[in-house]
Ligand binder design. Structure first.
Ligand code: NI
Length: 190
């Protein structure tokens, strides 16, 4: 997920072993696939987590799901700390929302896979969520505000859902058409 307010320079890689992966963008069909649970939190998964964090910071995002770097795994990374405070990377493996609040909040969302498009999306204000942490330990979190919005946006990705699915059909079709056109133009020019 991205926000308009973040306009810092791309962050410098803080660990040489990490690598920035190319991000998958609309209309790539894998964005519509349902991701599989992570079976074991092993070295490969931890490397993927590091690469996802690096890719998210590089792209100035505040959340990234594994499918966005081409891995159909139920895994996401988030950092909503903002640009003027220390980094606060958070990792959620096999996340599962167990409770939504009745109260809702509206946030202007963007997405690294739908670059340049922003829309106000309404979602539950508060959630409880179960997940595995980086060491494979079961955890539970109570999230509200921006973190709750961001987690719901990223969990949607794990189910093949994009934030544009929450806007009107008219707007969604407009966005889809423009990304399909851009994709055709890219293919013609290379
Ligand atoms: Ni997104």
């Amino acid at each position: 997920m991205t926000g308009r307010t973040i306009d810092a320079e791309p962050s410098v890689s803080y660990l040489k072993s990490m690598s920035v992966k190319p991000l998958i963008i609309l209309p790539d069909a894998s964005l519509r696939k349902v991701s599989e649970p992570v079976v074991a939190v092993d070295g490969r998964i931890r490397r993927l987590i590091d690469d996802m964090l690096e890719s998210m910071y590089h792209a100035l995002g505040i959340g990234l799901a594994a499918v966005q770097v081409g891995e159909l795994l139920r895994l996401l990374v988030v950092d909503i700390a903002g640009k003027d405070v220390p980094k606060n990377p958070q990792v959620f493996i096999n996340p599962e929302i167990t409770w939504f609040s009745e109260q809702r909040r509206v946030h202007e969302e963007g997405c690294l896979s739908v670059p340049g498009y922003y829309a106000e999306i309404e979602r539950p204000e508060k959630i409880y969520m179960k997940y595995l942490d980086r060491s494979g330990k079961l955890q539970e979190i109570e999230a509200h505000g921006l973190l709750a919005t961001c987690l719901q946006h990223e969990i949607d990705h794990l189910n093949g859902v994009l934030f544009i699915d929450h806007v009107s059909r008219l707007k969604r079709d407009m966005v889809l058409r423009s990304f399909k056109k851009r994709s055709r133009e890219r293919h013609v020019s290379i």
